[in-house]
Design a protein around this ligand. Structure first.
Ligand code: G6P
Length: 607
């Protein structure tokens, strides 16, 4: 949420900043701006709109070898030019970009206004520029260190001063900030994608840390001036992973990458000799794992749907009572941490504020919390007590797709591990392991049916309302299908357990409201078909996601999207991929911006 980039070096800063912002655009894209410094003078260019709009107004001859940039996802103040970052103090000598929320901004603003400061925007962020300015006595780093303890809330900040050419000060509290080390150039950004064209050497800042960079190096310290030595980490992602690679959109690329990304999630983690999952990062001994009596999975958005699938699977297969909860709710309910409970937080980005704060609250109460994350080095993996990286590679499209199937893969392996330590036989474990291993091939089969899915999507995309209905392991998948359609096509869609429609949602059924039924070939199939008949009787249109070779659905469904027959537990994978494609083709047909849907952001680092 909100992207920050900073550059000090020898190159034309505006170009580096614009390129970095383009890469960060998925974090927020309602407005953007840059501030470039040259010879004791700062020039700011900013506007409402996307990076391409900003680029069109940045003068090609804008000189300066250092500067800061920002792409915004509005929280305080509407989307307009003035509220776009960077923000400056009254003199225009100080310029800042900010990601996060300053909770006490109105108190600080009143005080600064009474001291004569004049504000130009409605944002909480502008207060930082004026506050730093009021504390500035010739040393920007010192002023930021004095300002930081006065700011309540979350921030990742980058700040420049006209009188200190070539220097950027960064500060972090709750919003990610990473610096990149180049040859005679340094970068600062809210994530590494912004700097990957230039360097693979990164240093991740922790909360409370302040960094000073210039073209030749960096120093890290805290607000009390205590120097902090940081570890330099290598960024493993390849540049082509953050390119579209011939696909028209990132989302399509990421959907079609799933055979590969799921394979990566399981690589080196299938132990055939003892028919179990091998997850090295859990940091738990066998006896600790054996003592687990309850699993609680905490997440939000798409990751929450993965948590719901996993809770169901852990309970039915590993026989461990398990629940999935929304992280935003966990944090404020004064959660009970049971003895022998194991907690998972699941987050693609590893930065989602709701999930991060829920994790910290659980840890404060003594819980052991493991993370299931994609972005290496992000905050949740660094602060959790262990966990699993899903290795999906960068997920750039705002709507999550490949991360979901990789999260499931990791959680299926964990379920297998827990089940095998308890009651599950070697033979039964082997069957599950083989099923998991067959996933990449099965997902590829589903993807080869993309044209048929596109035809169905084009037939139905003019409808304004949809129901998505599934049961058991596939009930959360119905929720995910509805979420995907809402997110990127703006069509209203609701997901329910197919059994629940008779308790209310069936009132919505008419010829205008199609229902997408998930009908895997499992023990609940007949029950789902009964619900389909109830909808049919009320003239509801039905699209069925069903397994090859079952003619009886033909009579009820108006359209059928076929998926391959598989082990029952694999259907969440085989059902979600067609739903991703269905949402995608509907959205494309309706002319939506699928990679950057309106009002959304990829990594929501504010509550
Ligand atoms: C945002 C994104 C969703 C994502 C959710 C959780 O709302 O738009 O696509 O599922 O955050 O993100 P996380 O990174 O924690 O998985």
């Amino acid at each position: 949420m909100c992207g920050i980039v900073g550059y000090c070096g020898v190159k034309q800063a505006s170009e580096v900043l614009l390129e970095g912002l383009k890469r960060l655009e998925y974090r927020g894209y309602d407005s953007a701006g840059i501030c470039v410094g040259e010879g004791g003078c700062l020039t700011t260019v900013k506007c409402k709109g996307k990076i391409r709009e900003l680029r069109s107004i940045v003068p090609v001859d804008l000189k300066g070898t250092y500067g800061i940039g920002h792409t915004r996802w509005a929280t305080h103040g509407e989307v307009n030019d003035q509220n776009a970052h960077p923000h400056s103090d009254c003199s225009g000598n100080i310029s800042i970009v900010h990601n996060g929320i300053i909770e006490n901004y109105s108190v600080l603003k009143e005080k600064l206004q009474s001291d004569g400061h004049v504000f130009k925007s409605d944002t909480d962020s502008e207060v930082i520029a004026h506050l730093v300015s009021s504390l500035y006595t010739g040393d920007l780093e010192k002023a930021v260190k004095l300002a930081a303890p006065l700011l309540k809330g979350t921030y990742g900040i980058a700040c420049v001063h006209a009188d200190e050419p070539g220097v950027i000060i960064g500060a972090r509290n709750g919003s990610p900030l990473v610096l990149g080390i180049g040859n005679d150039e340094m970068f600062l950004a809210s994530d590494v994608t912004a700097m990957m064209s230039y360097t693979r050497q990164a240093v991740y800042l922790e909360d409370g840390e302040i960094v000073r960079i210039d073209a030749h190096g960096y120093t890290t310290s805290d607000v009390t001036d205590r120097a902090i030595t940081k570890k330099i980490e290598h960024i493993d992602w390849e540049l082509q992973e953050i390119e579209k690679g011939g696909f028209p959109t990132y989302m399509e690329k990421e959907i079609f990458e799933q055979p590969l990304s799921v394979e990566r999630a399981m690589k080196g983690r299938l132990d055939k000799e003892i028919a179990t999952g091998h997850l090295g990062g859990l940091n738990m001994t066998s006896s600790e794992l054996l003592n687990v009596e309850r699993v609680k999975l905490v997440a939000t958005g798409t990751s929450y749907h993965a948590a719901m699938v996993a809770a169901y699977l852990l309970e039915t297969v590993a026989r461990i009572p398990s629940t999935a909860e929304l992280s935003s709710e966990v944090r404020y309910k004064n959660p009970v941490v049971e003895r022998n409970a194991l907690h998972f937080v699941i987050s693609q980005s590893g930065e989602t504020a709701d999930t991060l704060y829920a994790m910290r609250e659980l840890q404060r109460k003594g819980a052991r919390v493991l993370g299931i994350c994609n972005v290496v080095g992000s905050t949740i993996p660094r602060e959790s007590d262990g966990g699993v990286y899903i290795h999906s590679g960068p997920e750039i499209a705002v709507a999550s797709t490949k991360a979901f199937t990789s999260q499931l893969t990791a959680l299926y392996l964990f379920t297998l591990l827990m089940a095998r330590m308890r009651h599950l036989s070697f033979e039964a474990g082997s069957r599950i392991l083989e099923a998991i291993e067959s996933l990449p091939g099965l997902i590829a089969q589903v993807l080869s049916n993309a044209d048929a899915i596109k035809t169905v999507a084009h037939k139905y995309c003019a409808h304004g309302n949809f129901l998505f209905l599934g049961r058991g392991l596939n009930y959360p998948v119905a929720l995910e299908g509805a979420l995907k359609l809402k997110e990127i096509s703006y069509i209203h869609a609701e997901g329910y357990s197919a059994a629940e429609i008779k308790h209310g949602p069936i009132a919505l059924i008419n010829e205008e409201t199609p229902s997408m039924f998930l009908v895997p070939d499992d023990r609940l199939r007949d029950k789902v078909i009964t619900s389909m008949k109830e909808v049919k009787a009320r003239k509801g249109k039905i699209i069925a996601l069903a397994v090859n070779g079952h003619g009886d659905i033909d009579e009820i469904a108006d359209d059928i999207i076929y998926v391959p027959k598989a082990n029952d537990i694999l259907y969440p994978f085989l059902m979600v991929v067609p739903l991703q494609l269905f949402a995608y083709y509907c959205a494309r047909k309706l002319g939506r911006d699928v990679d950057q849907p309106r009002n959304l952001a990829k990594s929501v680092t504010v509550e």
